[in-house]
Design a binder for this molecule. Structure first.
Ligand SMILES: Cc1ncc(COP(=O)(O)O)c(C=O)c1O
Length: 338
């Protein structure tokens, strides 16, 4: 079996990210102790979970002597913002295929992540629909190769077995912090979309014989549809590492109760979660991922899943740069009223 240290890696971020208590939120919910793992502070272009994946993906791209990164995502994709930044940092060109799947307003089209993408100067291509965005992105890469580029294609969310290694490594980092703080963790909550975060975390924990439950909160599909996708990526990553199946099917927990009406579309529970964390903790979540994941954690706590003696971790995967693409959604009145 290979150790992840055998894979090429390009340093891009700030690690380890802090593990901090959210005292005020814990008190307000009269629930368990809540800690936040600050992967929103990974440092690359405002941080987020993609930095960890990109360290391994860029390691591979540079090893293959690519000169151009190609990737895909939604107009407000955090992955796209961080990939463009990673390319800039190591001196590669970057071309992106953006899917206009979320129809909102002018702010969504021009503010938030897309503003930062343009600021960093990547070449952006748009499509209105796609049956398979990764396949369309790969076609763009093939076209560029035919005109002389040497591309490296990164799938949506950086979620392939190489990208997932970033969260295999994160599991070790987190367990070290938990041991240093002498904590006993009842569960880890996070947003799950393109699956690399959850797959890597579950595999990383399993590889160090740690069975802490990992509760994914889906952002784009029902839990029952997300579970097999996470499991498939776990099996592919196990294969890459040359290890036997270490994660049991039943360990893949995905709750699809908080994403509706759809990917990138606000709901009341997300708005409450974003506002409560801002007001009680000075902590910014995002409307698409971490806000919905926190809505899930808050609801699981309110339903009595944990006692006051338990400790849970919220893995903050970033995304706050999308907040300014959704200004009309939140209550920003100075008196705090509605
Ligand atoms: C801020 C944020 N959180 C969570 C996720 C979901 O992580 P994953 O795609 O690894 O499931 C994403 C993915 O795009 C993201 O941008």
């Amino acid at each position: 079996m290979k150790d992840i240290s055998e894979f090429a890696k390009q340093s891009l971020g700030h690690f380890p990210t802090p593990l901090e208590p959210l005292f005020n939120l814990s008190r307000a919910l009269a629930g368990p102790q809540i800690f936040v793992k600050r992967d929103d502070c990974t440092g690359l272009a405002s941080g987020g979970n993609k930095t960890r994946k990109l360290e391994y993906l860029l390691g591979q791209a540079l090893h293959q002597k690519a000169d151009t990164l190609v990737t895909v995502g939604a107009v407000q994709s955090n992955h796209v913002r961080q990939t463009i930044a990673a390319a800039a940092k190591v001196g590669l060109r970057c071309e992106v295929l953006l899917l206009r799947e979320v129809k909102r307003d002018q702010d969504y089209e021009t503010n938030g992540n897309i503003l930062l993408d343009r600021l960093m100067g990547a070449t952006l291509h748009y499509c209105e629909t796609s049956d398979d965005l990764n396949a369309d992105g790969q076609r763009l890469a093939d076209d560029l190769d035919r005109s002389g580029a040497k591309t490296f294609f990164i799938p949506a969310g950086g979620s392939n077995p190489i990208g997932s290694l970033g969260y295999v490594a994160c599991a070790r980092e987190l367990v070290d912090q938990v041991m240093t703080e002498k904590l006993k963790i009842a569960g880890i909550f996070h947003a799950t979309g393109s699956q690399g975060t959850q797959a890597g975390l579950l595999l990383g924990l399993a590889l160090i014989n740690n069975s802490t439950p990992v509760q994914g909160i889906t952002v784009s599909r029902p839990g029952a549809q997300q579970v097999p996708l996470v499991l498939r990526l776990i099996r592919q990553t196990e294969h890459l590492l040359g290890c036997p199946a270490t994660v049991d099917d039943k360990q893949v927990l995905c709750d699809g109760g908080y994403y509706e009406p759809g990917y990138g579309q606000p709901n009341a529970a997300m708005i409450e979660a974003v506002e409560i964390c801002a007001r009680l903790e000075g902590l910014f979540l995002d409307p698409v991922y971490s806000g919905k994941a926190m809505a899930g954690l808050i609801d699981h706590i309110r339903r009595g899943r944990y006692t006051a003696n338990d400790t849970v971790i919220f893995l903050h995967t970033g995304g706050q740069t999308a907040l300014s693409a959704y200004p009309s959604v939140f209550n920003t009145r100075q008196d705090g009223g509605r």
